[in-house]
Design a protein around this ligand. Structure first.
Ligand SMILES: [Zn+2]
Length: 134
């Protein structure tokens, strides 16, 4: 693709950019809570216990950095990781600090919360007309 070979500094800048975008406990928490599935803001609110405005701010930054993508469904906006490789970053980082992989794997399985009213946690709230397509 690139006719010219990149120099080490140029390569390093590219490699650092996604790492910089996710390198905060808040962003990592959001990526873990989304995991391999997708999540709306209200789900993240329940999963993380933070205010919606605070979460939205990080979601916007992650979307701007091209790490998250979103889709609208009715009144919900669902966020999803553009690549599962972002979870690999987090796994690798956890490994470096000696955290057991099983702890993270358990967290990453898309969890449901009885106190959450998003369509994933409370499918009963989906309008009857939509059920046929599920
Ligand atoms: Zn939920």
């Amino acid at each position: 693709m690139n006719m010219k070979k990149l120099t080490i500094p140029q390569l390093s800048e590219q490699i650092a950019s996604p790492l910089e975008a996710i390198a905060s406990p808040q962003r990592i928490a959001i990526l873990l809570a989304i995991g391999q599935g997708e999540a709306c803001v209200c789900h993240l609110e329940t999963a993380l216990g933070w205010r919606q405005a605070y979460i939205s701010q990080h979601l916007m930054a992650l979307r701007k950095a091209d790490i998250l993508t979103d889709r609208r469904e009715g009144r919900y906006v669902f966020y999803r990781l553009k690549s599962p490789s972002y979870l690999d970053f987090i796994y690798t980082s956890a490994k470096v600090c000696g955290l057991p992989q099983e702890d993270l794997t358990d967290l990453i399985q898309s969890q449901t919360y009885s106190s959450c009213e998003c369509p994933h946690c409370s499918p009963a709230l989906v309008p009857v007309a939509d059920l046929k397509t599920i």
